[in-house]
Design a protein around this ligand. Structure first.
Ligand code: COA
Length: 259
């Protein structure tokens, strides 16, 4: 099997491609480890000035592999499970982080964007935060960052009703910088990355730090509390029913569970 996380470093830009298209780029534990390793390597490498992440045209990522959640729920404390290591890593990057998104961007495929510095979306991009409909709860500080970005009412639509939304709405709420034809989105993100890579690296990093510093401690604290709840929800009967229903290709029945 091909490595589902591909990386390339060129002209100061470190590019990560999620490449498991037959499963809509759903992320397994091994893929989270590869992603976190790639981000760590990019942060350490002095030649890297900017990091870009993308999938394929029409697929960013369908989020966590639900089979993995069912078979190997990430419950351990130490070391942190790969999914939570990945969240910690992208939320504390010092170098600029750019996403190019087209097609499905589900779960962490959307929450990750709240931690990017620049986000470009293809017209086919379809974002969704289905945590509640999976019996789970928000992660990656989305319970803090999304209402701050979009306001409570729109964040509630996304996080409580789990309604998918398109690139135009994502642009309107400030989640993405620009909407482009799908076939141009990665090239545009790379062009923006090259522009950033040509600027004084220390000033770029300092400015990123200044933009984020007021919220950094709160983000870390929120993520810790979300992780605690998320782990409890992962083994809840509601979540097990939701995961099983996805693979059985049926609607979950949450009516059978009391509060
Ligand atoms: N975990 C595991 N497998 C997944 C997956 C996921 N998150 N998302 C998609 N897949 C698999 C499907 O099971 C299917 O596999 P199969 O061909 O062996 O049956 C394949 O990827 C294609 O998915 P499919 O549902 O047929 O594509 P679609 O275009 O109709 O729908 C999605 C795409 C992303 C809207 C839909 O697959 C989906 O809702 N996935 C679950 C998303 C999710 O809840 N993620 C977790 C967030 S925490």
């Amino acid at each position: 099997m091909n490595d589902p996380i591909l990386t390339e470093s060129k002209d100061g830009v470190f590019c990560i491609e999620i490449c498991r298209p037959d499963k809509k780029n759903a992320l397994t534990s091994a893929m989270y480890t590869a992603l976190a390793d790639a981000l760590d390597a990019a942060e350490r490498d002095a030649a890297v000035r900017v990091i870009v992440i993308h999938g394929q045209p029409g697929i960013f990522t369908a989020g966590n592999d639900l089979g993995d959640f069912l078979a190997n729920p990430p419950l351990q404390e130490n070391p942190p499970p790969p999914v939570f290591r990945f969240l910690d890593t992208f939320s504390s990057l010092k170098k600029p982080f750019i996403a190019a998104v087209s097609g499905v961007a589900v779960g962490v495929g959307t929450t990750l964007l709240l931690h990017c510095d620049l986000v470009y979306a293809g017209t086919s991009a379809r974002f969704q935060l289905p945590f509640v409909s999976l019996g789970l709860c928000p992660e990656a500080a989305s319970s803090l960052l999304l209402p701050a970005l979009a306001g409570h009412a729109r964040a509630a639509e996304m996080l409580l009703l789990c309604e998918p939304f398109d690139a135009t709405k994502a642009r309107e709420v400030g989640l993405v910088n620009a909407v482009l034809p799908d076939e141009q989105v990665v090239e545009h993100a790379l062009a923006q990355a090259r522009k950033l890579a040509a600027l004084p690296a220390a000033s770029v990093r300092l400015t990123k730090q200044m933009l984020k510093s007021a919220q950094q401690a709160l983000i870390a604290q929120t993520m810790q509390s979300e992780v605690r709840h998320f782990k409890e929800r992962l083994v809840s009967p509601e979540a097990k029913e939701a995961f099983a229903a996805f693979f059985d290709k049926r609607k979950p029945d949450f009516g059978q569970f009391n509060q």
